[in-house]
Design a protein around this ligand. Sequence first.
Ligand code: AOF
Ligand code: ZN
Length: 394
Amino acid sequence: MRLSNGWVRQAVSEAVSAVDRRWLVRALTLAENGLFTATPNPRVGCVICRSGRVIGEGWHRAAGEAHAEIIAMRQCDNNLRDADVYVNLEPCAHEGRTPPCAPLLAAARPARVVIATLDPNPTVSGKGVALLRDAGIDVVVVPPSDIIFQQALALNIGFVSRMVRKRPWLQLKIAATLDGKTALSSGLSRWISGERARIDAHYLRARSCAILTGIGTAQADDPQLTVRHVHTPRQPQRILVDRHLQATSTLRLFAGGAIVASAQSVPDFFADGVEVLSLPDSSGRVDLLQLMCELSARGINEVLVEAGRRLSGALLAAGLVDEIVLYQAPRVFGDSAFSMFDAPAPSTPAEAPTFALRQIEPLGDGDIKIIYDSLTAQQQLTAGIIDAATAKNA
Ligand code: AOF
Ligand code: ZN
């Protein structure tokens, strides 16, 4: 199949009508049902309408199970005549764990297929759209400037990151005082934020594929790093960065299995269910970029970091922080307390790592939840979605 670069630009340049927008929002809401379970697959929802009435709906629950479109099609006995199909991700055209959706959709002859984002999976990208168009079906792809595209990207940000950058989306969770401190100089750091923030953080854990911490936090707080307070059938992987393999096997985060990233050579035995990776960089620290690539290769889409200032600072310095979720408590710890990042100071303010403010939410108990995104990361992923389709079809 040969298509010019212009094909992709044309494919994503169409305006979205209010009706299409409404059903795409519904498809996104359905997709969200897979928030805690779809990984390593994307979260996908599908709505099928005829004459303004829903005749089928579906969402993808877990890898190996039916894709959203297939579930929705079953509800109308695969009869899509004069129907509009809405889906938040380009229908797949490849044989994966399940048969491809696009040929089945094409065979059922809908009037139109409306797609919120192309699938950056190199085996799919652009092919699903091309297959449908070749079958004479009208296909609308939402342009990246549209809020629906941005919402669809946000829902599958980790999947897109893994496909485009070969590394997971990295979200850093920090609880800090209003003077930006995360621990008193005595080391005491627990319970900076209130209960609402702590419960909210369990939602972050539940949607993550992995939770990453450092040896300092593991030894000081002995966290379990499990999801509690939120119902989920799946617990994220736990990953400990422990350069010198100082951890003791009794750490609570090891219970039920974990991965340790170290700069030492791998010992024969460390602890039951604990896998040790040897990832030294040239200065004898753990190569954090390598660690991210390794996690990506294992299907980890989203990584949540809950660490102290050393690991947080190292990730920041390595340019690996894609998003910061800051729970800011209305307390002041003063100058002697520890700040969020142990990272080298920039020579000028203009050279400082800079983030874009995405969301501010008062939590009602004095704490504020603030979300910052790395602008470059967002731009990279948007460009990657388009480039993947362009490369495949050029
Ligand atoms: C869709 N609809 O609901 C999902 C899609 O191994 P498989 O067969 O489950 O294929 C997984 C790939 O299919 C995944 O990497 C992504 O590219 C796409 N996911 N596509 O049309 C869905 N979950
Ligand atoms: Zn599919």
